[in-house]
Design a protein around this ligand. Structure first.
Ligand SMILES: NC(=O)c1ccc[n+]([C@@H]2O[C@H](COP(=O)([O-])OP(=O)(O)OC[C@H]3O[C@@H](n4cnc5c(N)ncnc54)[C@H](O)[C@@H]3O)[C@@H](O)[C@H]2O)c1
Length: 428
């Protein structure tokens, strides 16, 4: 294991790019991605995920020898690396089963370039066992080398939060692990050179894998609980936010808020753990109940809005609805697995006409992903909506003049409890 490694980062998305930039301040980094468009944008200093600024990116792209980032789609460039960090997607399919294809393909690519004493670290979120039971055999097969004799592996989960400019990669304590005590020490020390928040060396790869997947499962279950509370309290005509505020004054009450659970992590990772549990013959009741609750919230919100519209005698048949926000979370352009689409699909069943406004999302991406013509500027919107639903708490919506867009009568439903309660007709 080399003291001053050249590090290859495989997959330059939300996780891989910020990591590559952080490491490029100290090491020579080969950033590899199969997406040619992404790589050519990065070469131009442009990161469409908005996680890295053009200034930072250009700085590391033109860095000095031994401290720079080169980005490429040419896998041959990986031959120069001695450490490989894999940050490719780990999605689920339509049956909510893990899709390990990107991880398998990336392992094949790395395996073909693996040399004596190289180290392969996985960062993608997985269930316990994927690194050693699925990826390592591929590395062995492709390289002809022996695990823990000729090459070593590690797992270090990523904890970044897209759009969060405070908890950036180097400022989040990082869990590390390795396949032998020496590899673990090497990997831990390597991360320590760039992660200013420090590291936690887990006793094994499986522990590190399990830690990541339960972090997100725990969040999912806690949000599912407050979503359930919101359903109960709406029936009782009690404001859930007021209840949470009151209960939150107790020192050990956990502060979670109801909402739509989308994105690439919280709504997906629990299925990874559930699948592994099922393979072992255990049906994870709490994890899957949480998933069912959260996956049903889009439909629930739409139903509540329509009920309110009927109660207020708003135009429902061919009425007009404005949705504020389509990204999976606030102040970031990420639309992956956004649950706003569930609200829209359900409203469409009532023959409502729906406009979606989001100043953060890309028109092209939204059209490609959901077949929706997105409005990205206020000029594109009407002034006579029968319902307005705030689904994402983007900062821009703070100054958005909702009143000037509403018909009389109309409904304003606030999924995120973003606006003053007095001006809304309902919230979670
Ligand atoms: N986005 C987050 O906030 C976040 C946080 C923590 C952990 N994670 C986990 O990190 C992993 C990566 O997530 P992401 O959000 O960065 O995904 P992403 O889709 O933003 O980026 C992944 C990149 O990998 C590339 N890629 C796919 N297959 C490849 C291959 N075989 N070889 C090379 N490149 C390949 C894609 O083109 C893409 O650019 C996932 O496992 C995810 O669960 C994500």
């Amino acid at each position: 294991m080399k003291e001053n490694p050249t590090i290859a980062i495989i997959g330059l998305g939300y996780v891989g790019l910020p990591l590559a930039v952080a490491f490029a301040r100290k090491y020579h980094i080969i950033g590899f991605d199969i997406n040619e468009e992404r790589v050519s944008q990065l070469k131009e200093g442009e990161d469409l995920t908005l996680e890295v600024s053009s200034e930072e990116l250009n700085e590391v792209l033109s860095g000095s020898e031994g401290k720079k980032l080169e980005v490429t789609t040419d896998a041959a460039a990986l031959s120069n690396a001695t450490v490989f960090i894999v940050t490719v997607p780990t999605p689920t399919n339509k049956y909510n089963q893990p899709v390990l294809t990107p991880l398998i393909k990336a392992s094949e690519t790395v395996g073909r370039r693996l040399k004596q004493n190289d180290v392969v670290i996985y960062e993608s979120t997985v269930y316990p066992g994927v690194t050693e039971d699925i990826c390592v055999p591929i590395l062995e097969k492709e390289s002809g080398l022996l695990f823990n004799k000729d090459f070593f592996a590690g797992y270090s989960p990523e904890r970044i939060n897209p759009g969060d400019k405070e908890h950036t990669v180097t400022r989040i304590l990082k869990v590390t692990s390795g396949s032998t005590p020496e590899a673990a020490k090497y990997i831990d020390e390597l991360y320590r050179t760039v992660i200013t928040a420090g590291t936690h060396l887990a006793p094994s790869i499986k522990v590190a894998e399990a830690a990541k997947v339960i972090e997100n499962s725990q969040r999912d279950i806690n949000i599912a609980f407050v979503n359930e509370l919101s359903k109960i309290f709406r029936m009782l005509d009690i404001d859930t936010q007021d209840v949470l505020e009151a209960a939150g004054t107790k020192w050990n009450f956990l502060k979670f808020t109801p909402g739509l659970v989308g994105g690439h992590c919280i709504g997906v990772d629990p299925y990874y753990l559930a699948q592994k549990a099922q393979e072992e013959g255990y049906n994870p009741e709490i994890i899957l109940a949480g998933r069912r609750m959260n996956d049903g919230m889009g439909e629930y919100v739409a139903g509540e809005v329509v009920k309110l519209m009927i109660r207020k005698e708003c135009k429902v048949k061919h009425g007009k609805v404005l949705i504020l926000g389509i990204t999976f979370k606030e102040n970031c352009p990420d639309i992956r697995n956004s649950k706003v689409i569930d609200v829209i699909s359900e409203l469409e069943k009532y023959n409502l006409n729906i406009d979606v406004y989001d100043p953060w999302a890309s028109k092209e991406e939204v059209n490609e992903e959901f077949g929706i013509v997105l409005s990205t500027s206020e000029d594109e919107l009407a002034h006579d909506y029968d319902a307005v639903i705030l689904t994402v708490a983007h900062n821009e919506f703070r100054d958005f003049n909702v009143a000037s867009r509403r018909n009389d009568p109309s409904v304003l439903f606030d999924v995120k409890a973003f606006y003053d309660k007095k001006i809304t007709d309902g919230r979670l």
